[in-house]
Design a protein around this ligand. Structure first.
Ligand code: ADP
Ligand code: MG
Length: 694
């Protein structure tokens, strides 16, 4: 249950004075939620300076000014649709105050002729006339302190007035309780961070533009709080999972050693390290949840093969899950090559397998005759039974999300799990997304991969590129040609790819294959196979080839309208070539004029082939919100965190959270109790629930 101290923060915005149902709905839209907490976490974007200025004549056009004036004369209204006007002045100039729809009686009361008034509002100049329409404030000199000197300005939504939101937020700040300190005092001292209440109060009381920055000590603290809540929930999940009973999977090394001997290559150092970590996890009596993070082509499949071999030594089966049928079948083919020499049986099972053939595979799985089965979601379906499933390998590529990962568990299967991903996520983010997993990184490419020469070429030089492509094919090489994502609504990706295929057939006379998103899985696979087997020379494709075509003889990658692709996507596409000892190249065909970001993207791609470096670059160029795969990968929608400003807090919070879980796993100490409040504050009730049910 939510601690009582947080009740005021979780009260609905409607409980605030003067906030009705309609305003509450607008507040929800502007602040992302209805609880008072969400108002409190809505940071101002700018400020209004209402400190008094000297002279009417100096007030700049279009800006807020606060001026002391003499009320000379009520001019009244000149016509039905004209404003009511009052002439005021100081020594420097006249100032016309104007109101539409205001009652003259009221105006005479607040601004009587002959009085001195301080007025504050937006000044507009029309020729020599200086005007203030609907002043925000109008008070007698003795009441000058009623005008706030500096007012925060908040991001709004249509129909919600700044005044209303500001008032509601001010009330929220008044309601904010002083919460127990959940931060480590030495850390606070070192960073110079204020307490929580002081930090939220300061956020809403900026005195200067610098105070609006997300890097002020107060804002850093609040961001850290939010990241810590997230990391703590992840760490608790991780600790809890580790406490779940699993099975110790170990073996005598016989099958593994045959696999190693039969492999056509020596494992890289990174592969050896990863395999060792996986074996150690498997041998523990707890459930493994390990992430194998490595760029495209880093050799994750071989590590999976070794893990499957170890499971087989323990007499257990392995299931390999892929996001697409092509990929599932490709995994089956690779694993067959690695594992059959050691006497293991590998099969594929996808939605395509129907009827008798399917029945037979299912039977052999249930009977334990099949050691490794590769499939898609079909593996989760009813009627799929294993004799003894020990290990699940989930290849997320770029598609699966956290929820899919958990489905296996929901089916009542609790195998050790190895998650593989090639999503190039900057290190700091990876921590936030995969903080609940143990991570093995394949940070070393297998040898024999030749660097890919990358060039950016304007579309006008298409004929020259076609010539180069033709020459490559004449040398016995093969070419991928990726067609643009089409933006015009009247043409589909497909028609662009079809047109290109026809064009290339006409001008080159070569054999051109086509693969696109609207094809059935079997057709796609056929096209991919024909290309792989050399029956076609060029494979024209929409981006579907991102997932799963592996053709070592392909040496040229042409990407049309490269400026329309994201950096990570371009990197994945390029990863399809350079898979043999032949020299490979990637041509980024672009359309003039190239925007600045697009140019930076293409430059980055020419500069490096390192997926993680590219991910960092992508992050810089696009901001976090847009990063390919990140949203789907389970990065929370932070309220107070901008990754650009607070990314460096991720590591700190992850270490902090792990330390807490190690030293006070039940969150029972003084700091632990406060951390429970933190978890609730950020809606990480799930983290607390884990504690209770444990
Ligand atoms: P990933 O799944 O990480 O993208 P793969 O497992 O598909 O990468 O491996 C890419 C290619 O590299 C495959 O052809 C694979 O057989 C090969 N490979 C894997 N490990 C090595 C190694 N240690 N030395 C040489 N080639 C390797
Ligand atoms: Mg792979």
């Amino acid at each position: 249950m939510r601690p009582e101290i947080l009740f005021p923060l979780f009260a609905d915005a409607e409980t605030l004075p003067k906030v009705g149902a309609k305003t509450a709905r607008l507040i929800e839209r502007a602040c992302g939620g209805r609880p008072v907490r969400d108002l409190l976490f809505h940071a101002p974007a700018s400020l209004i300076d209402r400190r008094k200025q000297n002279a009417v004549a100096d007030a700049p056009d279009g800006e807020i000014a606060t001026l002391e004036v003499h009320i000379d004369q009520h001019l009244g209204r000149e016509g039905p649709r004209r404003p009511y006007r009052v002439r005021a002045s100081d020594d420097s100039a006249f100032l016309t105050l104007a109101w539409f729809h205001a009652k003259p009686d009221w105006l005479r009361r607040i601004a009587p002729e002959g009085a001195t008034r301080i007025v504050s509002g937006k000044v507009e100049r029309f020729g020599s006339e200086i005007q203030m329409l609907h002043p925000d404030h109008i008070v007698a000199p003795g009441e000058a302190d009623q005008i706030p000197e500096i007012e925060p300005v908040y991001p709004l939504t249509a129909d919600l007035s700044g005044k209303m939101l500001r008032a509601a937020i001010a009330l929220s700040v008044e309601r904010a309780p002083d919460l127990p300190e959940w931060l480590d005092q030495p850390m606070r001292d070192r960073e110079g961070w204020p307490g929580w209440l002081e930090a939220v109060t300061a956020m809403h009381a900026p005195q200067a533009v610098e105070d609006l920055k997300p890097t002020t000590p107060g804002r850093m603290r609040l961001a850290y709080d939010e990241i810590l809540a997230h990391q703590l929930a992840l760490s608790l999940t991780r600790a809890r999972r580790k406490a779940l009973p699993g099975r110790a999977i170990s073996g005598d090394g016989k099958i593994v050693s045959v696999v190693l001997k039969a492999a056509p290559f020596k494992p890289t150092g990174a592969q050896e390290r990863a395999a060792k970590e996986v074996f150690a996890d498997l041998a523990l009596p707890q459930r493994m949840t390990r992430l194998l993070h490595g760029d495209v082509g880093s050799g994750k499949t071989f590590v999976a093969a070794l893990a499957a071999a170890r499971a087989a030594e323990a007499g257990m089966q392995t299931a390999v899950m892929a996001p697409t049928e092509i990929l599932a079948r490709q995994h089956a083919a690779s694993l067959k090559a690695f594992l059959e020499p050691a006497g293991l049986t590998v099969a594929a099972l996808t939605g395509r397998d129907k009827g008798k053939a399917r029945g037979e595979i299912l039977e052999r799985m249930a009977g334990g005759e099949i050691d490794v089965v590769c499939g898609t979601h079909a593996l989760f379906q009813e009627g799929v039974d294993f004799a003894d499933l020990g290990l699940a390998v989930v290849d997320e590529q770029h598609r699966f999300g956290v929820s899919d990962r958990m489905k296996l568990g929901a089916k009542g299967m609790r195998p050790d799990t190895l998650v593989m991903t090639a999503t190039p996520i900057p290190r700091t983010l990876a921590l936030s997304i995969y903080g609940d997993l143990d991570v093995s990184r394949l940070d070393e490419k297998p040898p024999g991969r030749t660097p890919v020469t990358t060039s950016a070429v304007p579309m006008e030089r298409l004929p020259e590129i076609v010539e180069r492509v033709t020459a490559a094919v004449k040398r016995g090489e093969r070419v991928y040609w990726v067609c643009p994502l089409v933006e015009e609504s009247d043409r589909s990706d497909l028609s662009a790819a079809t047109d290109r295929k026809a064009h290339l057939e006409t001008v080159t006379g070569l054999r051109i294959g086509l693969v696109h998103g609207q094809m059935k899985a079997a057709e796609k696979e056929q096209a991919a196979l024909a290309f792989r087997n050399g029956e076609t020379d060029i494979l024209v494709a929409t981006t579907v080839i991102e997932v799963g075509v592996d053709s070592p003889d392909a040496t040229v990658m042409i990407i049309e309208h490269a400026e329309r692709f994201g950096l990570a996507q371009l990197h994945q596409l390029r990863g399809r070539v350079g898979r043999s000892d032949k020299k490979s190249s990637c041509v980024l065909l672009y359309q003039h004029p190239l925007g600045e970001t697009a140019k930076a993207r293409l430059d980055a791609l020419r500069r490096t082939e390192d997926g993680f470096e590219i991910a960092e670059e992508d992050w810089k160029l696009r901001g976090s919100g847009d990063l390919l795969g990140v949203r789907q990968s389970g990065l929370p929608d932070f309220k107070l965190v901008t990754l650009e400003a607070h990314g460096n807090l991720m590591r700190m919070a992850a270490d902090d959270a792990r330390y807490v879980v190690e030293t006070d796993p039940e969150l029972k100490g003084k700091r632990g109790e406060a951390l429970r409040v933190l978890l609730y504050l950020f809606g990480r009730d799930d983290g607390v629930r884990l504690l209770r049910s444990g």
